[in-house]
Ligand binder design. Structure first.
Ligand code: D5M
Ligand code: ZN
Ligand code: FE
Length: 524
């Protein structure tokens, strides 16, 4: 559903609450926003009001009642659905048998063999020296790969080079492909400079076409686009349309077996703000020790755990970091991380990519976490270490993993996008088919001979972290997920006004592709 659609729906359900003579608590309002993404928000509100009415002195709709109602409803829902609905798990209900071990734990995933294929991993191919020659080669490779994707589009057929267009007569309609080397606004007009290593040309976007202006606002520096427009004087094209490589409508692959993947990232082991208690709940859930019947059933299907970087907090990443560290050396941090992995059932395959806090080089693409710093982590046979970015196939489902540092650059560039709706910035990366389009921002990129950040294969799931929020959407059939964190707000984030969402992780059933957020703060 669109943002406008969601807002409309929110307004409606809130009105319903007011009409019934109640007010809504702040926390309940936040929960309501999450529930709107679920299948039956109206039903939840109706039953919540029924519940609240039972206590005559109540004047507020509260979070606890809404959660209870929701938990009851989700329990009644069919377990395996074929449609892509999201069903947050927010139950407080406890199953005593599980805790006392009265009933036996038979996880389905234990009986199923794992199927992991690493499709793309830069780890063994990185060698950049960073000289000028390499930069040139890197950008040519980026251009070549994106041009290949772009030129497969029907609407780009018959495109010209920049040099060809410069030789065209005035007034002729042209299609030209190039890399965006500059973008400026003058008054209400936007000017884009387009380059293709031989020549460059200026593109004018007039303010009288709002759709076109909106597209131009989405254009990142250093991305490759096709411009359709009319040749004008002074090496100028007046744009009629801008065509992005984009992804086609995608029919995702599914697993034959009902196994699941839990997507998560940003543990920051070693930080004083590391949420050890919640991680312990995650481990207990994976082992079938906590949760109601439904949550335990879900836990038993977990065959894969994907960690998209920042496993540890690292050392020396910013001034005075040691003041915020509980564990002050990187070896001990990975030793503590290994203690977590030790408790994960060994039939669960763990895929780990590095983030900017891990022991790997800081420039993208990053090779897998270095073994010499993380020896204790490497001992587990159920562990698959990959680079950043990488792409893996889990039980037939193609998962693109990218820590997501470049999202910071996208957040300052894109209009109407912020930390809390960061999945939209991820969608814009799919539209440009590149995971770090802006060169020279906050994201250091190494000039490798190959541009590993180009999204060549359309994934079924695109998973990032780094932003420390939990946000998701589907774009053209692809699940786009930023998977939250396990670290409370740091002083830096407080200064920046970033409120992290920790202790929640999305579970995806690889057979149905249904997404269920598991909230470890409330699971009983
Ligand atoms: O990033 C955790 C969060 O903090 C994420 O939302 C980005 C933000 N962050 C981190 N470093 C910076 C800088 N230098 N500028 C702006 N925002 C930042 P993490 O990688 O876990 O530290
Ligand atoms: Zn992080
Ligand atoms: Fe990070």
């Amino acid at each position: 559903m669109s943002q406008a659609g969601l807002e409309g729906k929110l307004k409606k359900v809130v009105e319903k609450i007011f009409e019934a003579g109640y007010q809504i608590e702040g926390e309940a309002f936040i929960l309501l926003q999450t529930l709107l993404k679920s299948s039956k928000p109206e039903k939840v509100i109706e039953l919540t009001l029924e519940e609240v009415r039972k206590t005559p002195e109540k004047i507020f709709v509260d979070k606890e009642t809404m959660e209870k109602v929701y938990a009851k409803l989700s329990f009644l829902e069919e377990e395996v659905e074929t449609s892509k609905t999201q069903t947050p798990t927010l139950t407080h209900e406890k199953v005593e048998e599980a805790e006392t071990g009265k009933d036996v734990w038979h996880p389905y995933a234990k009986e199923v063999e794992d199927k992991v294929e690493v499709l793309k991993d830069p780890t063994k191919f990185l060698a950049s020296a960073g000289d000028l020659e390499n930069f040139n080669r890197y950008f040519r490779d980026r251009f070549k790969r994106l041009l290949k994707i772009l030129s497969q589009r029907m609407d780009v057929r018959g495109y010209l080079t920049v040099g060809d267009v410069l030789n065209e007569r005035n007034g002729v309609r042209v299609k030209v492909v190039g890399m965006v080397s500059d973008k400026v606004s003058r008054g209400k007009r936007i000017f884009i400079t387009l380059e293709d290593f031989e020549a460059n040309i200026t593109v004018l976007i007039q303010p009288d076409k709002p759709d076109l202006v909106e597209k131009a606002q989405q254009v990142f520096l250093d991305q490759v686009i096709c411009v359709v427009g009319f040749k004008s004087t002074n090496s100028l094209i007046v744009a009629e349309d801008l065509v992005f490589p984009d992804i086609p409508y995608h029919k995702p692959s599914r697993s034959k077996e009902p196994v699941s993947v839990l997507l998560t990232s940003d543990f920051h082991v070693g930080s004083k703000a590391f949420e050890e208690k919640l991680v312990n709940r995650l481990l207990a859930w994976l082992k079938g020790k906590i949760g109601g019947e439904r949550e335990r059933e879900l836990a038993g299907r977990v065959k894969y755990l994907v960690i998209a970087g920042d496993l540890v907090d690292g050392v020396g990443l910013y001034p005075q970091q040691e003041k915020e560290l509980e564990i002050k050396d990187i070896y001990s941090q990975y030793r503590a991380a290994a203690k977590i992995f030790e408790q994960i059932p060994d039939y669960v395959k763990i895929v780990v990519a590095p983030g900017n806090h891990d022991a790997s080089r800081k420039t993208l693409p990053q090779p897998a976490i270095q073994k010499r710093f993380a020896e204790p982590v490497y001992q587990f046979s159920n562990l698959v270490m990959v680079g950043n970015p990488s792409q893996v196939r889990l039980h037939g489902v193609n998962v693109l993993i990218h820590h997501g540092r470049s999202l910071e650059d996208a957040l300052v560039t894109l209009p109407n996008v912020n930390h809390h709706n960061v999945a939209r910035a991820m969608a814009s990366f799919l539209k440009v088919r590149h995971l770090a389009p802006i060169y020279g921002g906050k994201t250091p990129i190494a000039p490798e001979p190959r541009d590993w950040m180009v999204v060549e294969q359309v994934p079924d799931i695109y998973h990032s972290g780094h932003i420390h929020v939990f946000d998701y959407l589907t774009y053209r059939g692809v699940w786009i997920i930023n998977s939250g964190c396990w670290q409370r707000q740091t002083s830096y984030q407080k200064k920046m006004g970033i409120t992290p969402i920790y202790g929640v992780a999305p579970l995806i059933n690889l057979q149905t592709l249904n997404l269920t957020p598991i909230d470890f703060k409330t699971i009983g």
